[in-house]
Design a protein around this ligand. Structure first.
Ligand SMILES: [Zn+2]
Length: 169
């Protein structure tokens, strides 16, 4: 027996020269201080998973992290440090987003096993880093299993939807 094919409807956010699709009816939360130069938007599904889209000044970032791959590696290491965990099983690859060569990565952060208290499950992070020279901005799209991951069974994979039609310029 095959499941009836359900057509997914999308909404599109268009702001400051960037745009992306997200599943119809998902909630958006905007950083109140967002500007064309920098900010973030959270896309929240009814299943509570969250995908963040953040952007900022590319000229500042490329001084230390000249490529999206280096930028991505740095972000993953920082996420592990923030979570007080250890980065393991990093998977990296190049993807094309809006004509740019962008860095995709998926990483697992192993949480320390405490003497007392419950063991925290490992955290899985998925991200795409884009360096847009056309608008002098970098863009990072990311999600974490701590917020429900990229898609619970039966749920739309929000990370994929946002990434697929992402336009940074
Ligand atoms: Zn661009």
């Amino acid at each position: 027996m095959s499941e009836p094919q359900q057509k997914t409807e999308f909404d599109t956010l268009r702001i400051y020269g960037m745009s992306f699709d997200f599943p119809f009816g998902h909630k958006l939360e905007f950083d109140p201080r967002l500007t064309r130069e920098g900010g973030s938007v959270a896309v929240k599904s009814p299943a509570k998973s969250v995908v963040f889209v953040t952007w900022g000044d590319l000229r500042k970032i490329v001084k230390r992290l000249p490529t999206p791959a280096e930028h991505s590696k740095y972000s993953m290491e920082r996420a592990a440090k923030t979570a007080r965990g250890t980065l393991k099983q990093t998977e990296q690859g190049d993807v094309e987003i809006n004509g740019h060569s962008a860095a995709y990565s998926r990483a697992e952060i192993e949480m320390p096993r405490g003497v007392l208290g419950p063991h925290r499950p490992n955290q899985e992070i998925e991200s795409v880093h884009i360096h847009c020279d056309r608008t002098s901005r970098y863009f990072v799209i990311y999600t974490s299993s701590d917020w429900g991951g990229s898609g619970a069974p039966g749920q739309e994979n929000v990370f994929r939807v946002v990434t697929e039609n992402f336009k940074c310029h």
